[in-house]
Design a binder for this molecule. Structure first.
Ligand code: NDP
Length: 317
């Protein structure tokens, strides 16, 4: 038999947004329960070295940072649980959630921090060099610095790819952009890339394989889909910028999402969603910045908003 649990604050997701929300909520005595989700620690667990999070002058690995954030959240008695929430119902006055094991939770406040997942090409060689700083990355702002003075490749032709290619062009000697057909990005973003001297654009080009020496990336084998010709492009960094998928499927029909699935803020400048008592933090609502520090910042905002909401409620469950 599954016993329904009644709590003040449920946090869904365990990236920097979720753990920061937990630290604030726990210190405000909201006794938060945090479900770690499908990828405990979130996207940072695939990041080898984090050098841009303030407070770590020597840098820290992504997985280590997540352990530290979890330890800090537990220090104030956050109830951190393995497992994930796979169903919600926000139609009534009580916010209901269920774990994958069918455990039912009624929460006064909910902080959604389920994040987003970077899309990858799906090549075996890509996944091989994704881990442990092997040379494949889905975040130029996070990892571009490690390839300064080197040659890199970036896949994609949307606004993100253009922004990241431009960012990389300031650090790297040469950036080769692989565009599978044509640009999808806005004209202004595409034009900026086209005008940048050290960016070479290859149209109608697919990646066949990421090449490496076992320790790191050494190049990419590409194929022109019009001519059938293949070529090898030497590079030490292989960046994938083909979009992200926000992890918001379970909220469809309950929370307002934009056309690409990101959660919409009901009131700009806050973490409020269209459902009273349900707040959002981190990449689940952010397709622009996507940084650990911005996720942590919005986690703080969500916990403060949740605390104020709770304080304003006259009746508890
Ligand atoms: P998009 O979905 O807009 O673009 C994805 C790009 O990746 C397309 O060029 C697509 O090519 C390509 N792609 C997808 N799959 C593959 C594949 N398997 N192999 C090769 N290429 C592939 O994603 P973005 O992340 O760029 O942008 C998401 C949203 O965020 C957009 O609305 C964008 O405007 C917005 N944004 C705005 C910014 C700004 O204004 N500063 C900055 C960043 C994002 P194809 O067209 O052939 O499918």
């Amino acid at each position: 038999m599954n016993i329904t649990e009644k709590i003040d604050c449920l946090i869904i997701g365990s990236g920097p947004a979720g753990f920061t929300a937990a630290i604030y909520a726990a210190r405000a005595d909201m006794k938060p329960v945090l479900y770690k989700g499908m990828q405990p620690g979130g996207q940072l667990t695939t990041t080898n070295e984090v050098e841009n999070f303030p407070g770590y002058p020597q840098g820290i690995s992504g997985p280590e940072m997540m352990v530290e954030l979890e330890t800090q959240a537990k220090r104030f008695d956050t109830d951190v649980r393995s497992g994930f929430i796979n169903k919600v119902d926000f139609t009534g006055p009580i916010h209901k959630c269920w774990t994958e094991e069918g455990h039912e939770i009624h929460a006064q406040t909910i902080i959604i921090s389920t994040g987003a997942s970077a899309k990858y090409l799906g090549l075996e060689s890509e996944q091989k060099y994704l881990l442990n700083g092997g040379g494949v990355s889905a975040c130029a702002v996070c990892d571009g610095f490690f390839y300064r003075g080197q040659e890199v490749v970036i896949v994609g032709a949307g606004d993100s790819a253009c922004e990241e290619a431009h960012y990389l062009s300031k650090l790297c000697t040469k950036v080769t952009m692989l565009v599978r057909k044509d640009f999808r990005a806005s004209k202004i973003m595409a034009d900026r890339v086209k005008k940048t001297e050290n960016i070479t654009i290859l149209y109608n080009t697919d990646t066949e394989e990421v090449l490496g020496d076992g320790n790191g990336v050494t190049g990419a084998r590409v194929k022109n889909s019009s001519t059938g010709e293949t070529a090898i492009i030497p590079c030490t960094g292989f960046f994938v910028a083909i979009g992200h998928t926000p992890n918001t499927d379970i909220f469809k029909g309950f929370i307002d999402l934009d056309e690409t699935g990101y959660i919409k803020y009901a009131q700009p400048g806050t973490s409020k969603t269209n459902v009273a008592g349900v707040f959002v933090a981190g990449d689940a609502a952010d397709k622009t910045y996507r940084q650990a520090i911005t996720a942590a910042g919005t986690g703080c905002i969500a916990a403060l908003d949740a605390e104020r909401y709770l304080a304003a409620q006259e009746h508890y469950l």
